[in-house]
Design a protein around this ligand. Sequence first.
Ligand SMILES: CCCC/C=C/CC(=O)SCCNC(=O)CCNC(=O)[C@H](O)C(C)(C)COP(=O)(O)OP(=O)(O)OC[C@H]1O[C@@H](n2cnc3c(N)ncnc32)[C@H](O)[C@@H]1OP(=O)(O)O
Length: 392
Amino acid sequence: MAIAAWRLAQRWCPSYLQVISFPVVQLHMNRAAMTASQKDFENAMNQVKLLKKDPGNEVKLKLYALYKQATEGPCNMPKPGVFDLINKAKWDAWNTLGSLPKETARQNYVDLVSSLSSSLESSSQVEPGTDRKSTGYETLMVTSEGGITKITLNRPAKKNAINVEMYHEIMRALKAASKDDSSITVLTGNGDYYSSGNDLTNFTDIPPGGVEEKAKNSAILLREFVGCFIDFPKPLIAVVNGPAVGISVTILGLFDVVYASDRATFHTPFSHLGQSPEGCSSYTFLKIMGPAKATEMLVFGKKLTAGEACAQGLVTAVFPDSTFQKEVWTRLKAFAKLPPNAMRISKEVIRNREKEKLHAVNAEECSVLQERWLSDECMNAVVNFLSRKSKL
Ligand SMILES: CCCC/C=C/CC(=O)SCCNC(=O)CCNC(=O)[C@H](O)C(C)(C)COP(=O)(O)OP(=O)(O)OC[C@H]1O[C@@H](n2cnc3c(N)ncnc32)[C@H](O)[C@@H]1OP(=O)(O)O
């Protein structure tokens, strides 16, 4: 629908820049609302004009939505009629951002433009070595700047649900980050969610070998995915910008630091889904919060607020959503200035003691899940979600 709308838009406006020039005009009207990073935002707006190639309709809609969110806040315009294709596509894109704070939207806009500039050859001069963007990711935004590699889950319209492609891309990004010259690595989400966990449509793509083969392949994928977090050699920090579900919660036990917005929630509804714990949570959560609290989460699916998750040790610190990005990034920039080898070695000392155990737990959890995925309980839960009969 969105693509069709933009095709139509391009017919009316031969240059894609005409379509996205609207926010540029508005930017000048919003100068009064300048903040510290307004300059970066303005530079990003100028960079967009220098792109030599059309970034595509989906990206243009994302740029539009982030611009509107950054300058006007959440979408409160009436929804355009079904035949008003262009405005409806724009409205949908903006509305998808939910209550994302203006500051985050501005940062995401700058990040997105920055990644486009390198992938689409902006004609502007980029100072070498100061800010490198990795391209070739469909489901992530990956940037490396000032000693920090930032991996952003980037399927906001699907609440950053992790599809098979995203599992592979996260593993690729982590492997690259482990070898690049950054000192710390950050994982965060774009949009109003951190992540809604495993993409439940992953279960619909059944190979010729049937559901058994699907369950086996998924267990192999999951084991490799979680293994990357166990083995990741540098300090790994989660910036939990919004609600987190399922595997995006369980692997937090393998991070070194977890910062959360007070909007974030932590939910592992495995029993509701006919599934069982993964991400080493059957071990890490028990160590972190003790068996009773871990059971409430992992067996009974109790959803924790950010404050509760912090009190139980899963989250390091919670910040008000309005200042979340600013406060977290101030801390992260300071961490990134510490001697990288000392940080890496300290992490190694801490993690090595547990590594063998974690890999064994991971293997066991995956093998139990392989069976669970074939159960009626699990299949019914997935079918109910896909047929919109249930939500968390
Ligand atoms: C191979 C390794 C396997 C590892 C296994 C891991 C286990 C887990 O991670 S279990 C957790 C699985 N996740 C869920 O059960 C969450 C399901 N989603 C929901 O309940 C709701 O979407 C929500 C509570 C997260 C959000 O509800 P809200 O009303 O705000 O938004 P929606 O309109 O539902 O969502 C927007 C859009 O996104 C799609 N979507 C969201 N989450 C998922 C998901 N996990 N899988 C697939 N799709 C998801 C949702 O369908 C909507 O899509 P459409 O706009 O196309 O309808």
